[in-house]
Design a protein around this ligand. Structure first.
Ligand code: A2P
Ligand code: 11C
Length: 341
Protein backbone atom coordinates (compact mmCIF):
# COMPACT_ATOMS: atom_id res chain seq x y z
CA UNK A 1 0.00 0.00 0.00
CA UNK A 2 1.11 3.54 -0.56
CA UNK A 3 -0.54 6.82 0.34
CA UNK A 4 -1.20 10.33 -0.88
CA UNK A 5 0.41 12.44 1.86
CA UNK A 6 0.02 16.16 2.48
CA UNK A 7 2.38 18.22 4.61
CA UNK A 8 0.66 21.36 5.88
CA UNK A 9 3.26 24.02 6.65
CA UNK A 10 5.75 22.35 4.30
CA UNK A 11 7.93 25.47 4.09
CA UNK A 12 8.37 25.82 7.86
CA UNK A 13 11.13 24.53 10.14
CA UNK A 14 9.15 21.42 11.17
CA UNK A 15 7.41 20.97 7.80
CA UNK A 16 10.72 20.75 5.96
CA UNK A 17 11.94 18.22 8.53
CA UNK A 18 8.72 16.22 7.96
CA UNK A 19 9.45 15.98 4.23
CA UNK A 20 13.05 14.94 4.97
CA UNK A 21 11.89 12.32 7.48
CA UNK A 22 9.22 10.80 5.21
CA UNK A 23 11.89 10.50 2.55
CA UNK A 24 14.64 9.14 4.81
CA UNK A 25 12.40 6.51 6.38
CA UNK A 26 10.96 5.50 2.99
CA UNK A 27 7.39 6.06 4.11
CA UNK A 28 5.12 4.60 1.40
CA UNK A 29 4.20 7.85 -0.41
CA UNK A 30 2.49 7.58 -3.81
CA UNK A 31 2.20 11.37 -4.04
CA UNK A 32 3.38 14.20 -1.82
CA UNK A 33 1.34 17.42 -1.55
CA UNK A 34 3.18 20.31 0.14
CA UNK A 35 0.79 22.96 1.44
CA UNK A 36 1.49 26.40 2.93
CA UNK A 37 0.00 29.89 2.92
CA UNK A 38 -0.44 32.06 -0.17
CA UNK A 39 2.89 33.68 0.75
CA UNK A 40 4.91 30.68 -0.36
CA UNK A 41 2.46 28.99 -2.76
CA UNK A 42 4.27 28.47 -6.07
CA UNK A 43 7.67 27.98 -4.46
CA UNK A 44 9.35 24.58 -4.65
CA UNK A 45 10.37 21.95 -2.15
CA UNK A 46 12.32 18.82 -2.90
CA UNK A 47 11.05 15.31 -2.26
CA UNK A 48 12.81 12.10 -3.34
CA UNK A 49 15.06 14.08 -5.67
CA UNK A 50 12.19 15.83 -7.42
CA UNK A 51 10.99 19.40 -7.20
CA UNK A 52 7.40 19.72 -6.03
CA UNK A 53 5.38 22.94 -6.17
CA UNK A 54 3.97 24.23 -2.89
CA UNK A 55 0.21 24.76 -3.06
CA UNK A 56 -1.91 27.17 -1.11
CA UNK A 57 -3.89 25.56 1.70
CA UNK A 58 -7.63 25.87 1.01
CA UNK A 59 -10.80 24.08 2.11
CA UNK A 60 -10.53 21.79 -0.91
CA UNK A 61 -6.92 20.80 -0.33
CA UNK A 62 -7.72 17.44 1.26
CA UNK A 63 -9.72 15.82 -1.50
CA UNK A 64 -8.05 12.52 -2.39
CA UNK A 65 -5.49 12.81 0.40
CA UNK A 66 -5.06 9.80 2.72
CA UNK A 67 -2.85 11.29 5.39
CA UNK A 68 -1.88 14.84 6.36
CA UNK A 69 0.91 15.93 8.67
CA UNK A 70 0.10 19.40 10.03
CA UNK A 71 2.66 21.88 11.35
CA UNK A 72 1.43 25.33 10.41
CA UNK A 73 0.43 26.64 13.83
CA UNK A 74 -2.61 26.28 16.06
CA UNK A 75 -5.00 28.47 14.09
CA UNK A 76 -4.47 26.48 10.88
CA UNK A 77 -4.93 23.18 12.74
CA UNK A 78 -8.07 24.37 14.44
CA UNK A 79 -9.69 25.36 11.16
CA UNK A 80 -8.38 22.74 8.74
CA UNK A 81 -7.77 19.51 10.70
CA UNK A 82 -11.52 18.82 11.17
CA UNK A 83 -12.12 19.68 7.50
CA UNK A 84 -9.42 17.22 6.47
CA UNK A 85 -10.76 14.46 8.72
CA UNK A 86 -14.28 15.03 7.39
CA UNK A 87 -13.04 14.43 3.88
CA UNK A 88 -11.54 11.09 4.96
CA UNK A 89 -7.96 12.23 5.49
CA UNK A 90 -6.23 11.10 8.71
CA UNK A 91 -4.48 14.01 10.41
CA UNK A 92 -1.35 13.88 12.54
CA UNK A 93 -1.28 17.33 14.07
CA UNK A 94 1.83 18.92 15.55
CA UNK A 95 0.08 21.93 17.10
CA UNK A 96 -1.24 22.11 20.64
CA UNK A 97 -4.84 22.60 19.48
CA UNK A 98 -6.12 19.01 19.77
CA UNK A 99 -3.73 17.54 22.33
CA UNK A 100 -6.01 17.68 25.34
CA UNK A 101 -9.21 16.91 23.39
CA UNK A 102 -10.54 13.59 24.67
CA UNK A 103 -11.56 12.65 21.14
CA UNK A 104 -7.92 12.81 20.01
CA UNK A 105 -5.18 10.41 21.04
CA UNK A 106 -1.88 12.06 22.06
CA UNK A 107 0.81 9.62 21.06
CA UNK A 108 4.50 8.88 21.45
CA UNK A 109 4.92 5.56 19.64
CA UNK A 110 7.49 4.17 22.13
CA UNK A 111 5.13 4.97 25.02
CA UNK A 112 1.42 4.63 24.16
CA UNK A 113 1.00 3.30 20.59
CA UNK A 114 -2.24 1.50 21.54
CA UNK A 115 -4.00 4.85 21.93
CA UNK A 116 -3.94 5.06 18.12
CA UNK A 117 -6.59 2.33 18.03
CA UNK A 118 -9.34 4.74 19.13
CA UNK A 119 -8.49 7.64 16.80
CA UNK A 120 -11.38 9.39 15.10
CA UNK A 121 -9.41 11.16 12.37
CA UNK A 122 -7.15 13.54 14.29
CA UNK A 123 -4.10 12.32 16.21
CA UNK A 124 -2.10 14.85 18.19
CA UNK A 125 1.69 14.99 18.30
CA UNK A 126 2.90 16.15 21.73
CA UNK A 127 5.06 19.16 22.50
CA UNK A 128 8.78 18.59 21.91
CA UNK A 129 9.76 19.06 25.54
CA UNK A 130 7.16 16.49 26.63
CA UNK A 131 8.19 13.90 24.03
CA UNK A 132 11.85 13.75 24.95
CA UNK A 133 10.99 13.52 28.64
CA UNK A 134 8.45 10.69 28.40
CA UNK A 135 10.53 8.45 26.12
CA UNK A 136 13.09 7.62 28.87
CA UNK A 137 10.71 8.09 31.81
CA UNK A 138 8.15 5.51 30.62
CA UNK A 139 10.33 2.43 31.27
CA UNK A 140 11.30 3.88 34.66
CA UNK A 141 7.63 4.48 35.49
CA UNK A 142 6.76 0.92 34.49
CA UNK A 143 9.57 -0.51 36.63
CA UNK A 144 9.53 1.72 39.71
CA UNK A 145 6.42 3.96 39.53
CA UNK A 146 7.28 7.65 39.37
CA UNK A 147 5.70 9.72 42.15
CA UNK A 148 7.08 13.17 41.23
CA UNK A 149 8.94 14.87 38.35
CA UNK A 150 10.84 18.16 38.64
CA UNK A 151 12.15 19.33 35.26
CA UNK A 152 14.05 22.36 33.99
CA UNK A 153 14.33 22.74 30.23
CA UNK A 154 17.03 24.36 28.10
CA UNK A 155 15.09 24.81 24.86
CA UNK A 156 16.52 25.67 21.49
CA UNK A 157 15.36 28.60 19.42
CA UNK A 158 14.12 26.29 16.63
CA UNK A 159 11.12 25.58 18.87
CA UNK A 160 9.93 29.06 17.92
CA UNK A 161 10.13 28.28 14.20
CA UNK A 162 12.26 29.63 11.39
CA UNK A 163 11.57 33.25 12.36
CA UNK A 164 13.02 32.70 15.83
CA UNK A 165 16.18 31.13 14.39
CA UNK A 166 16.57 34.07 12.00
CA UNK A 167 16.06 36.48 14.89
CA UNK A 168 18.94 34.91 16.85
CA UNK A 169 21.23 35.06 13.81
CA UNK A 170 20.46 38.75 13.32
CA UNK A 171 21.08 39.49 16.99
CA UNK A 172 24.39 37.62 17.07
CA UNK A 173 25.56 39.67 14.06
CA UNK A 174 24.42 42.89 15.74
CA UNK A 175 26.27 41.92 18.93
CA UNK A 176 29.51 41.25 17.07
CA UNK A 177 29.13 44.58 15.25
CA UNK A 178 28.76 46.36 18.63
CA UNK A 179 25.36 47.46 17.37
CA UNK A 180 23.28 46.78 20.47
CA UNK A 181 20.93 49.70 19.83
CA UNK A 182 19.55 48.03 16.70
CA UNK A 183 18.57 44.83 18.52
CA UNK A 184 14.82 44.58 18.42
CA UNK A 185 13.30 41.34 19.74
CA UNK A 186 10.16 40.42 17.80
CA UNK A 187 9.55 36.69 18.02
CA UNK A 188 11.08 36.16 21.47
CA UNK A 189 10.25 38.45 24.42
CA UNK A 190 13.84 39.69 24.97
CA UNK A 191 17.26 39.38 23.34
CA UNK A 192 18.16 35.69 23.05
CA UNK A 193 21.74 36.17 21.82
CA UNK A 194 24.06 35.38 24.76
CA UNK A 195 21.10 35.25 27.12
CA UNK A 196 18.54 32.83 28.67
CA UNK A 197 14.83 33.52 28.82
CA UNK A 198 12.74 31.88 31.57
CA UNK A 199 9.62 32.36 29.47
CA UNK A 200 8.40 30.17 26.60
CA UNK A 201 4.93 31.08 25.37
CA UNK A 202 2.56 33.12 27.53
CA UNK A 203 2.11 33.21 31.31
CA UNK A 204 -1.03 31.65 32.75
CA UNK A 205 -2.99 32.56 35.89
CA UNK A 206 -0.87 30.26 38.08
CA UNK A 207 2.33 32.10 36.96
CA UNK A 208 3.53 29.03 35.04
CA UNK A 209 3.93 29.45 31.30
CA UNK A 210 1.76 27.63 28.79
CA UNK A 211 4.85 25.64 27.73
CA UNK A 212 5.33 24.46 31.33
CA UNK A 213 1.70 23.44 31.78
CA UNK A 214 1.80 21.51 28.49
CA UNK A 215 4.50 19.34 30.06
CA UNK A 216 2.22 18.63 33.04
CA UNK A 217 -1.01 17.84 31.19
CA UNK A 218 0.54 16.06 28.21
CA UNK A 219 2.69 13.78 30.38
CA UNK A 220 -0.39 12.70 32.37
CA UNK A 221 -2.40 12.03 29.21
CA UNK A 222 0.37 10.08 27.46
CA UNK A 223 1.05 7.93 30.54
CA UNK A 224 -2.68 7.51 31.16
CA UNK A 225 -1.81 8.29 34.77
CA UNK A 226 -2.07 11.55 36.67
CA UNK A 227 -1.14 10.16 40.08
CA UNK A 228 2.23 11.97 40.11
CA UNK A 229 3.08 15.66 40.12
CA UNK A 230 5.11 17.36 37.38
CA UNK A 231 6.88 20.61 38.26
CA UNK A 232 8.48 22.29 35.22
CA UNK A 233 10.53 25.40 34.49
CA UNK A 234 10.94 26.03 30.75
CA UNK A 235 13.83 28.17 29.58
CA UNK A 236 14.87 29.33 26.10
CA UNK A 237 18.64 29.18 25.56
CA UNK A 238 20.77 30.44 22.66
CA UNK A 239 21.06 27.07 20.91
CA UNK A 240 19.70 26.73 17.37
CA UNK A 241 18.44 23.12 17.45
CA UNK A 242 18.24 20.53 20.24
CA UNK A 243 16.38 20.78 23.53
CA UNK A 244 17.99 19.69 26.81
CA UNK A 245 16.32 18.87 30.12
CA UNK A 246 17.53 18.42 33.67
CA UNK A 247 15.10 15.92 35.18
CA UNK A 248 14.72 14.92 38.83
CA UNK A 249 12.33 12.10 39.68
CA UNK A 250 11.13 10.32 42.77
CA UNK A 251 9.90 6.76 42.57
CA UNK A 252 7.85 4.46 44.76
CA UNK A 253 10.35 1.60 44.37
CA UNK A 254 14.07 2.18 44.80
CA UNK A 255 16.04 2.24 41.54
CA UNK A 256 19.80 2.69 41.64
CA UNK A 257 21.65 4.72 39.04
CA UNK A 258 23.21 1.51 37.72
CA UNK A 259 19.77 -0.12 37.40
CA UNK A 260 18.45 2.97 35.64
CA UNK A 261 21.38 2.97 33.19
CA UNK A 262 20.85 -0.72 32.44
CA UNK A 263 17.10 -0.28 31.98
CA UNK A 264 17.46 2.74 29.67
CA UNK A 265 20.15 1.11 27.55
CA UNK A 266 17.45 -1.42 26.50
CA UNK A 267 14.67 1.15 26.07
CA UNK A 268 13.32 1.85 22.58
CA UNK A 269 14.32 5.24 21.17
CA UNK A 270 16.80 5.91 23.99
CA UNK A 271 20.58 6.07 23.81
CA UNK A 272 22.51 6.23 27.07
CA UNK A 273 25.63 8.41 26.92
CA UNK A 274 26.87 8.30 30.47
CA UNK A 275 30.51 7.98 31.43
CA UNK A 276 31.60 10.92 33.58
CA UNK A 277 35.19 9.63 33.84
CA UNK A 278 35.51 10.01 30.07
CA UNK A 279 33.47 13.25 29.93
CA UNK A 280 30.72 11.42 28.08
CA UNK A 281 27.27 12.94 28.40
CA UNK A 282 24.57 14.18 26.01
CA UNK A 283 24.74 17.65 24.47
CA UNK A 284 22.35 19.33 22.04
CA UNK A 285 25.08 19.56 19.37
CA UNK A 286 25.35 15.76 19.45
CA UNK A 287 21.59 15.22 19.41
CA UNK A 288 20.97 17.27 16.25
CA UNK A 289 20.09 15.15 13.23
CA UNK A 290 19.71 12.07 15.42
CA UNK A 291 16.53 10.08 15.98
CA UNK A 292 17.30 8.89 19.50
CA UNK A 293 16.67 10.63 22.79
CA UNK A 294 20.00 10.83 24.63
CA UNK A 295 20.24 10.33 28.40
CA UNK A 296 23.24 10.81 30.66
CA UNK A 297 24.40 12.22 34.00
CA UNK A 298 22.26 9.52 35.64
CA UNK A 299 22.84 9.65 39.38
CA UNK A 300 21.02 9.04 42.62
CA UNK A 301 19.51 12.00 44.44
CA UNK A 302 20.36 11.26 48.04
CA UNK A 303 18.35 14.19 49.41
CA UNK A 304 15.21 12.03 49.12
CA UNK A 305 14.51 8.35 49.72
CA UNK A 306 14.16 7.18 46.11
CA UNK A 307 15.44 9.88 43.78
CA UNK A 308 17.24 10.04 40.46
CA UNK A 309 18.70 12.89 38.44
CA UNK A 310 19.36 12.77 34.71
CA UNK A 311 20.11 14.98 31.71
CA UNK A 312 18.16 14.43 28.50
CA UNK A 313 18.86 15.85 25.00
CA UNK A 314 17.01 15.39 21.70
CA UNK A 315 16.58 17.06 18.34
CA UNK A 316 13.40 19.05 18.94
CA UNK A 317 12.58 19.26 15.24
CA UNK A 318 13.05 15.49 14.81
CA UNK A 319 11.97 13.37 17.78
CA UNK A 320 10.34 16.47 19.23
CA UNK A 321 8.18 17.00 16.14
CA UNK A 322 8.69 15.61 12.62
CA UNK A 323 10.06 12.16 13.45
CA UNK A 324 7.44 11.49 16.12
CA UNK A 325 4.72 12.49 13.64
CA UNK A 326 6.13 10.19 10.96
CA UNK A 327 6.51 7.35 13.50
CA UNK A 328 2.81 7.82 14.33
CA UNK A 329 2.04 7.57 10.61
CA UNK A 330 4.13 4.38 10.34
CA UNK A 331 2.31 2.87 13.32
CA UNK A 332 -1.04 3.79 11.69
CA UNK A 333 0.03 1.95 8.53
CA UNK A 334 1.14 -1.08 10.56
CA UNK A 335 -2.24 -1.18 12.32
CA UNK A 336 -4.23 -0.54 9.13
CA UNK A 337 -5.60 2.67 10.65
CA UNK A 338 -4.99 5.14 7.81
CA UNK A 339 -8.71 5.74 7.47
CA UNK A 340 -11.24 7.86 9.29
CA UNK A 341 -13.71 5.63 11.15
P1 A2P B 1 4.42 30.11 4.68
O1 A2P B 1 5.80 29.75 4.23
O2 A2P B 1 3.51 30.30 3.52
O3 A2P B 1 4.37 31.23 5.66
P2 A2P B 1 7.53 28.03 11.01
O4 A2P B 1 6.98 27.28 12.20
O5 A2P B 1 8.93 27.64 10.66
O6 A2P B 1 7.35 29.50 11.18
O7 A2P B 1 6.60 27.61 9.75
C1 A2P B 1 5.22 27.80 9.69
C2 A2P B 1 4.64 27.06 8.49
O8 A2P B 1 3.22 27.20 8.52
C3 A2P B 1 5.09 27.60 7.16
O9 A2P B 1 5.16 26.56 6.23
C4 A2P B 1 3.97 28.57 6.82
O10 A2P B 1 3.83 28.79 5.43
C5 A2P B 1 2.78 27.78 7.30
N1 A2P B 1 1.63 28.65 7.53
C6 A2P B 1 1.54 29.69 8.37
N2 A2P B 1 0.31 30.25 8.31
C7 A2P B 1 -0.39 29.55 7.40
C8 A2P B 1 -1.72 29.63 6.87
N3 A2P B 1 -2.57 30.56 7.27
N4 A2P B 1 -2.08 28.73 5.92
C9 A2P B 1 -1.23 27.78 5.52
N5 A2P B 1 0.04 27.65 5.97
C10 A2P B 1 0.45 28.52 6.90
C1 11C C 1 9.18 25.65 21.86
N1 11C C 1 7.96 23.68 22.58
O1 11C C 1 10.25 25.05 22.04
C2 11C C 1 7.87 24.91 21.84
C3 11C C 1 7.49 24.72 20.39
O2 11C C 1 3.14 23.17 21.55
O3 11C C 1 4.07 22.39 19.78
C4 11C C 1 6.32 23.81 20.15
C5 11C C 1 5.05 24.29 20.75
C6 11C C 1 4.03 23.22 20.69
O4 11C C 1 9.12 26.86 21.67
Amino acid sequence: DSFVVAVVGATGAVGREMLKTLEARKFPVSKIVPLASSRSAGSEVEFNGEKVIVQELTEDSFEGIDLALFSAGGAVSEEYAPLAARSGCVVVDNSSTWRMDDQCPLVVPEVNPDDLDWHKGIIANPNCSTIQMVVPLKPIHDAAKITRIVVSTYQAVAGGGQKAMDEMTTQVRQMFNFDLESIEPKVMPYRIAFNCLPQIDVFLENDYTKEEMKMVHETHKIFGDDSFGVSPTAVRVPVYIGHSESVNIETEKKMTAAECRALLSQAPGVRVLDNPAEKIYPMPIEAVDEDDTFVGRIREDNTVENGLNMWICADNLRKGAALNAVQIAEELVKRDLVRVP
